[in-house]
Design a protein around this ligand. Structure first.
Ligand SMILES: Cc1cc2nc3c(=O)[nH]c(=O)nc-3n(C[C@H](O)[C@H](O)[C@H](O)COP(=O)(O)OP(=O)(O)OC[C@H]3O[C@@H](n4cnc5c(N)ncnc54)[C@H](O)[C@@H]3O)c2cc1C
Length: 406
């Protein structure tokens, strides 16, 4: 039997952060990571388009927690103890220089995720963390407040067990046998497939918008909206895909959205502004100048959709046309027919029910000395470095708790 003080299942971001921090606090503890693959940190490698967006420059816990459609309430307390600023300091203290980009995302200055991987591998080696590859865990069972862990090759025993297996359905199944409840996995962070004449040939166009999913309870998001070959993407859409992950799955990705290209203005206000434009530009064609800072190509499409022809001047527009245009500008309805994967970053919503976890320590409420960190939990965030922050925060607090108990 291989006897350990701390065993961590899964050599991903969460597993490594837990292992390294625990080893640092408990230099004499026997610690190992069991990884089923022949490499570790494979998702870190491909993350952030190969640059690894390690966290986000949001330093207020309450604001930070708002980026988690699942986990908002539960992560608030933990963020007060370890969050983005601590993450940045942690990496910088270990020689990884970081930079904050204009949109708040934090990357290594090297622009290379390998820098983060090297940092973890060096730390693990220096602190004597054993990394055991091709060790796929098939079963775990409690034994006198300790744990027995079976892999395809070996049996281990450990005082403290940390499960950091990401979105692996097999591990979720194993955990249900121990009476954990698991929220079914559904995709998050996807783009909307829309075929509509109003956005045809506008690929690559990006503008601010607010988007509402119809027939839902306030599922709404604002931000840049990008028109793609397949439909709509950009932060406004990705946020909706994350917040609506479960509802949109229930709808089988067939639903309608209303787009407000003027984010903060209502249809009524816009109608009045259009009337003013009509008076002030009576002899000009509405096609000459795009209004409301809209991209010209989009403005033209919305004029066409409102039955306004190119040979009409502002003065020629009747009330119905102005009303149609106000509707198109602030409440244009588009039919979504399916989804596409967002290539940069995608995550799964689902995992261990948060009610089963004590968020002061990330220990299970069902068993002593069993902890969970990272995506194995039913926690996920919008794009921007928040998903890794969940892994870092959980890993750090687990290390603290194991230290306190030892
Ligand atoms: C393409 C892409 C880009 C991303 N970019 C970013 C980004 O820039 N910023 C960000 O914040 N988030 C990003 N994410 C999300 C982020 O990668 C994840 O949230 C994060 O990796 C989760 O870490 P984890 O350690 O919980 O899980 P994982 O990284 O999935 O690690 C789990 C590990 O456990 C191992 N394992 C599973 N089952 C077993 C078993 N039974 N026995 C032994 N080992 C097992 C797996 O092989 C794996 O190595 C991205 C995701 C993708 C897919």
């Amino acid at each position: 039997m291989n006897v350990y003080d701390v065993l961590i299942i899964g050599g991903g971001a969460a597993g490594f952060f837990t292992a390294v921090n625990t080893a640092e606090k408990l230099p004499n503890a026997k610690i190992a990571i069991l990884e089923r693959g022949k490499e570790v940190l494979t998702k870190v490698k491909i993350s952030g388009g190969g640059r690894c967006n390690v966290t986000h420059a949001e330093f207020i816990p309450k604001e930070l927690s708002k980026n988690y459609p699942r986990g908002e309430k539960e992560l608030l307390g933990p963020f007060h103890r370890f969050m983005t600023g601590d993450t940045m300091a942690w990496f910088e203290e270990r020689g990884v220089e970081l930079k904050i980009e204009d949109d708040g995302r934090v990357f290594p200055v090297s622009n290379d995720s390998q820098t983060i991987i090297n940092c973890f591998l060096d730390q693990a080696e220096e602190l004597g963390v054993n990394i055991k590859l091709k060790e796929s865990v098939t079963d775990i069972s409690p034994h006198n407040e300790s744990w027995i862990v079976n892999t395809t090759n070996n049996t281990y025993s450990t005082k403290h067990l940390v499960v950091s297996t990401g979105s692996n359905p097999k591990m979720w199944k194993t955990l249900t046998k121990l009476n954990f409840t698991v929220k079914a996995a559904v995709p998050s962070l996807f783009t909307f497939n829309i075929k509509d004449y109003r956005i045809k040939d506008l690929m690559g166009l990006a503008t601010e918008a607010s988007v509402k999913v119809l027939d839902t309870n306030n599922l709404e998001a604002s931000g840049p909206l990008l028109i793609t070959h397949w439909g709509m993407s950009g932060p406004a859409i990705l946020k909706l895909s994350a917040w609506g992950a479960r509802i949109l799955n229930d709808k089988n990705y067939q639903f309608k959205i209303a787009v407000n290209w003027r984010t903060h203005y209502s249809t009524e206000e816009t109608f009045q502004e259009l009337n003013v434009l009509k008076q002030n530009n009576s002899k000009k064609s509405p096609y000459t100048h795009a209004q409301f800072e809209l991209p010209k190509r989009l403005w033209h499409k919305l004029l066409e959709a409102s039955n306004i022809s190119e040979n009409q001047n502002w003065a020629d527009l009747n009330n119905l046309q102005l009303q149609n245009l106000a509707e198109e500008l602030t409440n244009g309805v588009y039919k979504v027919n399916g989804k596409s994967t967002f290539k940069e970053e995608f995550v799964t919503a689902g995992g261990i029910n948060l009610k089963d976890i004590n968020f002061k320590t990330f220990e299970s409420k069902l068993y002593k000395n069993l902890y969970f960190s990272g995506e194995v939990l039913n926690i996920d965030a919008i794009t921007g470095g928040f998903n890794f922050q969940n892994a870092w925060t959980g890993g750090y607090l687990i290390a603290e708790d194991i230290f306190k108990k030892s």
